[in-house]
Design a protein around this ligand. Structure first.
Ligand SMILES: [Zn+2]
Length: 377
């Protein structure tokens, strides 16, 4: 049913078009032509200038050949770097780059699978509901395209995003995250001449961090201090240090609790750091910025999109898995906007590295699953 050569060629063509975040115009032009050729009506939204990208998000609409609620297929056209002069090389059925760049299977494997699925639907005259294909820009740098997507242009209430590793798996839940930038202020003094007149911001922060529960907190929650920056010179008691931290959790209450725990550790140590200089108290202090990075998603097991996913697995006589994942992706944003979206494995592996790879066999298998899902949508 799937044309192996065609999907392999499709992937190779896309991978050969460099498309790091913000520089998506070439791949956008290619995809617009390709989807028009397949019979879609194609438009771009206005996200490009807002986020500073060469392109907006692409929306391709295919009319249905049967009645029913429109179904969304999505992916992203940007890649991480290094992506300068990507040359996809196929050896023993597996695509890799030459070794100096990423391959871009994240997310071009997914895009090739969507295109092949649509080829097959038309070729085999498989009745399907209207399809809305959303291909975003700047996913890799904080879901910028999806966050600016003009959702008024979409009618779908359910769909899939092809954007995770593995095959025959659907991600139905992903954590929400808090990103924090914390500044601890101490008091500057000469470290050799009058150290008793200083409060070391680094020491205050270090004591707080030492008290924090970090890493894996429980099966739903993780926390990390990822950056510590501060101080001017070895002989100056540092007056300022900046920490960058994150907390992720599938459970909003645990997200709040862990965030508060970390802030409490900081507040306690900051409050304890008081000295007296010339009869006057000098205190450490704290400045804090918390950003909720992306909304949580949780698609219930009985959702229609998971029903057709499971049915497709049965029809193809292969085991499928529904899992939680540890990252944020466009699907979080789609779910937030009321499009019940699960993330399907596209077969891409070792992503965000120069060792990235995808096999043609896996892309064929994913496309088979996708066709069976669309047939049931
Ligand atoms: Zn991706």
């Amino acid at each position: 049913m799937i044309n192996r050569q065609r999907i392999s060629d499709e992937f190779a063509r896309q991978a050969s078009i460099d498309s790091p975040s913000f520089k998506e115009s070439k791949i956008a032009d290619y995809l617009a032509d390709r989807f028009k050729q397949l019979g879609a009506e194609v438009e771009f939204d206005e996200a490009g200038p807002v986020i500073g990208s060469e392109s907006g998000n692409m929306i391709a609409r295919f009319p249905g050949s049967k009645e029913g609620a429109p179904f969304m297929l999505s992916g992203h056209m940007d890649t991480v770097t290094p992506a300068d002069g990507v040359v996809p090389i196929l050896v023993d059925g597996v695509f890799r780059s030459k070794g100096e760049t990423i391959l871009g299977a994240d997310d071009k494997a997914g895009l090739a699978e969507i295109i092949e699925a649509i080829e097959v639907l038309e070729e085999q005259n498989i009745p399907h509901v209207p399809l809305e294909v959303i291909i975003t820009v700047c996913e890799e740098i904080g879901l910028l395209g999806a966050k600016q997507l003009d959702f008024t242009k979409l009618k779908s209430k359910w769909g899939v995003a092809l954007d995770t590793s593995g095959i025959n798996r659907a991600i139905n839940s992903a954590p929400a995250a808090n990103r924090m930038t914390i500044e601890v202020f101490g008091h500057e003094a000469h470290a050799g001449v009058e150290p008793e007149k200083g409060i070391s911001a680094i020491q205050v922060a270090a004591k707080a961090v030492a008290k924090m529960k970090l890493g894996r907190i429980d099966e739903e929650t993780t926390a990390n201090i990822g950056v510590v920056e501060g101080g001017l010179a070895a002989n100056i008691i540092p007056k300022q240090v900046t920490l960058k931290a994150e907390v992720r959790s599938h459970n909003p209450e645990k997200l709040r609790q862990q965030t508060e725990h970390m802030l409490k550790c900081l507040e306690e140590e900051v409050a304890a750091a008081v000295i007296e200089v010339n009869g006057k108290p000098i205190r450490a202090s704290l400045a804090l910025q918390i950003q909720d990075d992306y909304p949580m998603m949780h698609v219930p097991f009985n959702a229609s999109v998971l029903r057709i996913f499971k049915e497709a697995g049965v029809a193809l006589d292969r085991p499928v898995a529904i899992q939680a994942a540890g990252g944020g992706s466009d699907a979080n944003i789609f779910n937030e906007h009321g499009i019940e979206t699960v993330i399907l494995g596209s077969g891409m592996e070792k992503v965000h590295s120069v060792h990235e790879e995808v096999s043609v066999d896996d892309m064929v298998q994913v496309t088979e699953l996708l066709v069976e899902m669309i047939r049931r949508a």
